[in-house]
Design a protein around this ligand. Sequence first.
Ligand SMILES: Nc1ncnc2c1ncn2[C@@H]1O[C@H](COP(=O)(O)OP(=O)(O)OP(=O)(O)O)[C@@H](O)[C@H]1O
Ligand SMILES: [Mg+2]
Length: 410
Amino acid sequence: MVSARDLLESVIRRMSVFKNKDALYPEYVPDRLPHREEQLKQLAEIFRVMITAPGTASARAMLVGGVGVGKTVTARVFGNVLSNLAREQGIELRYIHINCHRDRTLYEVVAEMVRQVGAPIPLRGLSPREMMLALMNYMERHNLYALVTLDEFDYFVSVAGNDAVYFIVRLYDEYPDAKKRMSFVFIARNLSSLDYLDPATMSYILKHVIKFEPYRSSELFDILADRRDRAFHEGTVDDDVLQYIADTEGVDKGGEGNARAAIETLLLAGEAADYEHSHRVTIEHVRKALSHVHHDIVRIADALPYLQLHELLLLKAIVRVLRRKNEPYARIGEVEDEYRNLCPLYGEEPRKHTQVYEYVNNLKKMGIIEARVSGKGFRGRSTLISVIAPLDALEKQVDALIEKRLSRIR
Ligand SMILES: Nc1ncnc2c1ncn2[C@@H]1O[C@H](COP(=O)(O)OP(=O)(O)OP(=O)(O)O)[C@@H](O)[C@H]1O
Ligand SMILES: [Mg+2]
């Protein structure tokens, strides 16, 4: 039922349909996870030892499933609740979430663990092994425990390699007398990325696999209904609007089963309604939203925050070259020139050619750009770069992230 006050306010003040848009943003962590109860229960079974007999075993689980099926959010919610429960038992258990898209090397992963635990360990001049040892000592001295999630773990596997993975996952083989203060959650979209690990490491990681299936339409409906109640004024979004979105995304209706895309569509539909000063979100607004939610773009927007400063600068250079040329492709040489001109504007030293090449490969691997080698032209072969996202929107986001990175450094 719409409250009279809500109704009157929305008409008189021509308010937004939103009361709390934040609840529709990707970084929002809900306190309820409809249809992930089974996964939460399995996690609880595996990690209960951290509370019932802390220090006796290092538990681990591997979460596997496709795009937007709730792996990250489930790990976060689980970690937060577990550390609260632990605290009530007088156990100091920290939840640490590391995105291996951003922290790709063993050094970066261990340094991030140190940072999130808040251990005063100097990061410069120490090897990952030394840092880890210092971290373990710190945790021992302060009687701390940690549940560490390595999200997008497939990325770590492919960049850091077998030895690094071995070091992390077999930590306590190396220090058999240490109290087992850390347990691990690994997250990956599929298991094929683990294929080239040695079988012992692999079977260690795969001891407990928790599967996340794509959402069905009825499940998406429940997830959307939860978000609607948090994000929108009462009575502005009817069930049939949610049903329509759920049916386009639901795996049983031929969709991807991606909750991120469903929530993003709801957000955009609300924005379309606001734009038209409409007091309600209609199916027509959803249609408009759907034509905007090109799935690739949602995915790219999600990946951008994990880029390093110079990857962002390079991406900006790509956007500028593409816009200037008004052609579908930019040559890597042109992009590199543009990048070299851009760097000084931000007070940054341009990176060397080989490093720039690495960045291009990485952006490609993350699906943010497309890159291919041209046919042989009169100047020989060259790498051609293109992007699928609209340039203006992309540059705006990239600019905002560059500002953020720079303000963090300075
Ligand atoms: N069961 C659920 N209840 C509420 N919100 C959910 C649920 N599942 C997913 N979401 C929301 O959908 C979005 C996508 O979920 P999440 O980021 O966890 O996906 P993912 O499986 O990690 O995908 P990716 O592989 O692309 O990283 C997030 O905004 C998340 O909060
Ligand atoms: Mg994720």
